[in-house]
Design a protein around this ligand. Sequence first.
Ligand code: AMP
Ligand code: GLY
Length: 417
Amino acid sequence: MKALVLGGGGREHALVRALSLDPGVTDLHCAPGNPGTSELAENHVINVVDGLAVTQLAARIGAELVVIGPEAPLVAGVADALRERGIPVFGPDKEAARLEGSKGFAKEVMQAAGVPTARARLCRSPHQVAEALAEFGPPYVVKDDGLAAGKGVVVTEDRAAAERHARECGRVVVEEYLDGPEVSLFVVSDGVHAVPLLPAQDFKRAYDGDQGPNTGGMGAYAPLPWAPPGLVDEVMETVVRPTLAEMARRGARYQGLLYVGLALTSAGPRVVEFNARFGDPECQVVLDRLATPIGALLQATDTGGLPSDTRLDWRSGAAVTVVVAAENYPGDPVKGDLITGLDAASAVEGAYVLHAGTAWSGARDLKANGGRVLDVVGTGDTLAQARERAYAAASRIELRGSFYRRDIAERAAAQAS
Ligand code: AMP
Ligand code: GLY
């Protein structure tokens, strides 16, 4: 199978890596990719939100599978363009991707499908915002209605800050605060049948102890030793199947990856958000654990469907990823500084490094080129061992001003041992 991955972050490096380990994948391409993907695939410089440019590239290389990594091309309709040309694609069409692209639309679908989620109000004026904030009370949750790369959400006790965020965004969703640990569950769907992957946990705040601003994600681990038994079945039953059925009913069959962001509240799992693509950096640890070759699985969502008895095999043990972020992330990250120590980091047993925001500096040197620069992955028999290896590897990386959280998977590893 010839495969093309769209995107250029850590998630896409993980996807390229997983495809490179699939014996059924003979030819691997990535656009635009990054220095990490260039070691496993041929990188192509194109604008990945341009459907015509993507279909032309896919046709030229004879792609039999295009995996769309980020949300922007999905929301722009790149999957539609590929399907129109008969090129198999992993990722939902534009209309179905609105589950991520519009918080208001996602709430409407959840309501129609009876999916458990936070009560919410779509607000178009400061007056509506004030009413909704009063109705739900603190902590206040205010979300930009459009795409904001995980940074459009403010959760605060400070009413003035909540109102300020709403003013800056314009159209917002104000919702009830959900208390409880968060879980990311990814589901591979052909629009009718769906297969869950391993649940993972992400760390959204910038600093240790869940302090600081929300980010795209500072680290992740899988599996979750503390997850209640039956959690995945319950979410498939109460969230995934009703949502897929509701989308099909609306003529927006959902093919691709459905990311279910959950809060495990005392009243049961509640949906915090849907995304139309793999979570980053959760994807990195989930794919690390997947033993089933990924190419045919992703392709089946668009060609004849997933067999309803699809079973996935998982490696025993655990994976932890720690994100090395550039100085000043998630504000205006410092770019251009030299990165060293990657070989030393990869020499740590059970550890490897995925590129997230890097670029070549000259022919051989690497520089930081984004907020999240590297994802250091540690694997092991236990969460504690995976963690140790991830941190041993991360400590060998040098990038001026960079930082990473020291507490990724700390509590779960302590509980599990
Ligand atoms: P979202 O972009 O909707 O995923 O929100 C980003 C992050 O904000 C989530 O991962 C949560 O940590 C937090 N968050 C969003 N909605 C809620 C909510 N209703 N209650 C508590 N925290 C929330
Ligand atoms: N890590 C959270 C996300 O990808 O949305």
